[in-house]
Design a protein around this ligand. Structure first.
Ligand code: SIN
Length: 530
């Protein structure tokens, strides 16, 4: 049995930042489902929101974050993350990351981007491929650590806890079962400090800006281990995903609207003005709902994002990745408006943690999108998530390093046992259920909700979960089966959380209760098994 001081599951900004810091104090196993760089982080285009300019202030960044969060942010958490941001950005720069700069009156300063809901320019970026640069920088640094090992193509199956083993002690995390895709074997890894950094759950929806790995694994595992999960009803839909039959999940960054891009309907009208005085740069929840309404009203398939009033040179220089990708799909964004639709983008809720990433289970930490720290409340301010990932990962590493280790345990962790049947005919059931979940979530639990739709989704999900459970115990586990099981669990959590909130707030909008009700619902939705 393998044993490490720290096990980190997920190799995006939060997992890697934690791993790099923990590796100075002990052995680290970094488990990742595909390749190291197959993460949500690597797909992030916009950048990192952080106060670095004299025209900005921590106070303004805190205020913008609280306003977007619609009454549910934890102000102390927001303050901590905002004020510790610059120090963490300096560390990234020390690792060799160069954010874009510009020349102003003879000196260089950061070229700051603007996105919806920010009162100032404050988004640090590397053209439109910020996440990719961050990922490469952190992975390069990780590869230099002698005490840290990267396990690619390894999928975490479930947490091993004292309660699951029937110990009469207070519950705590003892290890994790991991499927090695190359050998098809599940092994147990022992560690008393485990970090979930598995990202979000965009794949629970039919249309998403997320990569294929975003199947809600961390939330599902934590849920099965009895850990508290908060605010899963708040799923952020990004207003502008490229609309094209062959383009899968391609985001058109909000930075395009930050640089003056205008949303137009099929008649060419700048329709956002009718919905919000801030027009195309209103906060995401408002823009996504307006596009949804516009599409439903007109019967059109999409709306259009127009930045053709900017020079082709500016567009190619500022948005090289978006420009090239659109061009590959036959859209020259310097000459024509880009067809766009909303798509599931970010999970604002997740495993409930404090600002140090500690969960309700001793020894288990959660960092990044998988966690609900209180930073985002009912709606995340654009580009606040990479910042949260960096700051909380640092704090979690400090906390975990100082946590008194359990020491070598005499109890051996039990070996993995599951069914052995591998019936290819039945694989069709996995794919069918996978598609069914994603479609029903899109149709019934999307941008606009009702109790009736949520109840319908809930009933269908319960049946699917029962079917999946049977499969799980009879068949040999595979990545597809594990992901399906996790997707179903997370989908049910989104629906159940939505049913608890009988009001509209931030990203949760229901036609049955269209108003915000601070008297009854200015609180987090916290669920735990049993
Ligand atoms: C974007 O570039 O629009 C995405 C940024 C974010 O979601 O924070």
């Amino acid at each position: 049995m393998k044993e490490y001081d720290f096990v980190v599951i997920g190799s995006g900004i939060a997992g890697l930042s934690f791993a790099l810091k923990a590796a100075r104090h002990g052995s680290v196993a970094l488990i990742t489902k595909r390749k190291g760089a197959d993460t949500n982080t690597a797909w992030a285009q916009g950048g990192i929101a952080c106060v670095t300019s004299d025209e900005d202030s921590f106070e303004l960044h805190v205020r913008d974050t609280l306003e977007a969060g619609a009454g549910l942010c934890d102000e102390a958490v927001v303050r901590t993350i905002v004020t510790e941001g610059p120090e963490r950005i300096r560390e990234l720069a020390e690792l060799g990351l160069h954010f874009d700069e510009r020349e102003v009156e003879g000196h260089r300063e950061f070229d700051l981007g603007k996105e919806g809901g920010h009162s100032k320019r404050r988004v640090l970026h590397v053209r439109d491929a910020t996440g990719k640069e961050i990922e490469q920088t952190l992975l390069r640094e990780f590869s230099r650590q002698s005490s840290a090992e990267l396990f690619e193509n390894h999928v975490a199956v479930d947490l091993i806890t004292a309660a699951k083993l029937g110990f009469a002690t207070a519950d705590r995390c003892l290890g994790v079962y991991v499927l090695d895709e190359r050998t098809d074997e599940v092994e147990s890894i022992r560690s008393d400090r485990i970090v979930l950094a598995t990202g979000g759950c965009g794949k629970v929806y039919l249309y998403t800006t997320n990569p294929d790995i975003a199947t809600g694994d961390g939330v599902a595992m934590a849920w099965r281990a009895g850990v508290e999960i908060a605010n899963m009803e708040f799923i952020q839909f990004h207003p502008t995903c490229l609309f094209h039959a062959e383009a899968k999940s391609f985001l058109i960054s909000e930075a395009v609207r930050g640089e003056g891009g205008i949303l137009r309907n099929h008649r060419g009208e700048d329709f956002m003005k009718r919905y919000d005085p801030r027009g195309s740069l209103a906060p995401r929840d408002i823009v996504a709902r307006a596009i949804d309404a516009e599409i439903k009203r007109s019967g059109a398939k999409c709306v259009f994002l127009d930045i053709t009033h900017k020079s082709p040179e500016f567009i190619r220089e500022r948005f090289p990745h978006i420009y090239e990708t659109c061009l590959r799909f036959g859209v020259d964004m310097s000459k024509q408006a880009i067809p766009v639709v909303p798509a599931a983008h970010y999970q604002c809720g997740g495993i409930k943690t404090d600002v140090n990433g500690a969960t309700s289970l001793s020894g288990l930490y959660a960092v990044g999108e998988v966690a609900c720290t209180g930073m985002h409340g009912a709606n995340r301010l654009a580009s606040n998530s990479l910042l949260e990932g960096l700051v909380v990962a640092h704090r979690a590493a400090v906390a975990a390093v100082h946590k008194r280790p359990l020491g070598k345990q005499n109890v051996a962790l039990p070996e993995w046992r599951s069914g052995n049947v591998q019936d290819v005919d039945e694989l069709v059931v996995i794919y069918h259920n996978w598609d069914e979940i994603r479609r029903l979530m899109w149709d019934y639990v999307g941008i606009l909700r009702t109790d009736k739709r949520l109840q319908r989704a809930s009933a269908r999900l319960r049946n699917l979960q029962r079917e999946i459970r049977e499969f799980y115990w009879n068949f040999k586990v595979s990545v597809d089966l594990l992901e399906l099981r996790n997707l179903a669990a997370v989908a049910a959590l989104i629906v159940d959380s939505g049913l608890c909130r009988k009001e509209s707030r931030g990203l949760h909008y229901t036609l049955d209760y269209p108003d915000r009700d601070d008297r009854q619902f200015k609180r987090n939705t916290v669920l735990s098994r049993g």
